[in-house]
Design a protein around this ligand. Structure first.
Ligand code: ZN
Length: 310
């Protein structure tokens, strides 16, 4: 089991580094990067957007200077904040991969995203974690104005540049971002979901090998700040080292477990039920059970498929 990874004791908006602030809510990290222009990494959910907007105002910054909102992948909890953010930051362009753009242009997909978003907001209100109601109902689609690919750079001025890495495995449309001047690495969900201090939910929904390869690539950058989309922000070398060790170990153990169960002839639905029972708690239970069931089914599918091709 992973060692404890402590969340920084935070008071939002929290300064992570000279030019980096953490905005958002307890479960949804968004990062504000300050150059001459600004970038917001992670658009969060509809109910985190009002917090982001308020925290930005508290910093006394000019909303007109927010040039980019980075959508790190097209999952509901990373994109449904976009419409409210665009109202508050009218000059911002939404940035994401070409595949994310394609997904977010589909009305049916975006409607389903907002169904999950509303369920999530209701869960957070019930837990007393947010007081603000959800944002406005969705438009039919979510825009991406600027598509990026591996190696692309967004210059913010004042020596601050964001370099894009394609890091598939969590989803095929996943990107990560490296800010070299601060040695800060924004990995979105590429490292899984820290459901509690001692449990990481591995999230190789679109490929086990791809996921491990992306993790290795990210680890090799030896960043001084590791910034996932949920729950934790790591700023110590030892913590970052442990995070990569633990999440890689949890990923390999989960695949092994699934494959062992399949070899034993266990029914897929039983394996899924057991895994949902194991993981669906603590921070992960802010999502609907149906959502996590779908996630676990994807994990079982990927483990099975990649075992066949070994
Ligand atoms: Zn995701």
């Amino acid at each position: 089991m992973p060692k404890e990874v402590k969340k920084m004791k935070l008071h939002w908006p929290a300064q992570v580094e000279e030019k980096i602030f953490l905005l958002g809510t307890h479960h949804f990290n968004s990062y504000l990067i300050l150059g001459e222009q600004y970038a917001l990494i992670e658009a969060g959910v509809s109910c985190s957007a009002p917090y982001i907007i308020k925290q930005f105002a508290e910093l006394g910054l000019d909303p007109q200077r927010l040039a980019y909102i980075l959508v790190m992948h097209a999952h509901p909890d990373h994109v449904t904040g976009v419409p409210s953010l665009l109202e508050a930051f009218p000059r911002a362009r939404v940035v994401g991969s070409a595949l994310a753009k394609k997904i977010l242009s589909k009305e049916k997909a975006v409607r389903a995203f907002y169904d999950e978003d509303f369920a999530l907001s209701a869960a957070l209100v019930a837990r007393g974690e947010i007081t603000k109601p959800p944002g406005k109902p969705a438009g039919n689609t979510i825009p991406i104005h600027l598509t990026v690919k591996e190696g692309d750079e967004l210059e913010l001025g004042n020596g601050v540049c964001l370099k894009v890495l394609e890091t598939p495995g969590h989803s095929l449309c996943s990107i990560s971002v490296f800010c070299q001047s601060a040695s800060a690495l924004f990995i979105s969900d590429a490292g899984g979901f820290q459901s509690s201090p001692d449990c990481i939910f591995p999230c190789f929904f679109s490929g086990y090998q791809l996921y491990l390869e992306s993790l290795q690539r990210l680890e090799e950058l030896k960043a001084r700040i590791l910034a996932p989309a949920h729950e934790v922000v790591l700023t110590e070398e030892g913590q970052i080292h442990d995070f990569f060790q633990n999440t890689t170990k949890a990923t390999k153990e989960l695949k092994q477990y699934i494959n062992d169960q399949l070899v034993l002839g266990q029914d897929t639905s039983e394996i899924i039920d057991r895994l949902v029972q194991h993981y669906y708690r603590d921070n992960l239970s802010i999502y609907s059970r149906q959502n996590i069931q779908g996630c676990v089914a994807a994990l079982v599918k990927m483990a099975r498929e990649e075992n066949c091709s070994d």
